[in-house]
Write a protein of this length. Sequence first.
Length: 100
Amino acid sequence: MSNWVQKSWAWCRRYFSVTFIFVVAFTLLVLFFNDNSIIKSMEYDERIKELKREIKANRDTMEYYRKQNHNLDTDRETMERIVREQYHMQRENEDVYIIE
């Protein structure tokens, strides 16, 4: 067993220098174990994509409500229809029947 250990140690000393081990350790540290690692960068990229999708959905919703607001400001019939349907308002001398 000690012969195998000696041969392995001699092989490691021949092919691996202290500089090489230091460079490999530093590279692994930078790539995988610090705050700006590859894994965290991929997680951040996924989060950015998710937030961009959410922003797009919110912009679409905002555009829908902006159009609704414009219609309510300009079209009296649309405003009356929405007020009657959503708030159950009625004119004088008018009966409203709600069927659900």
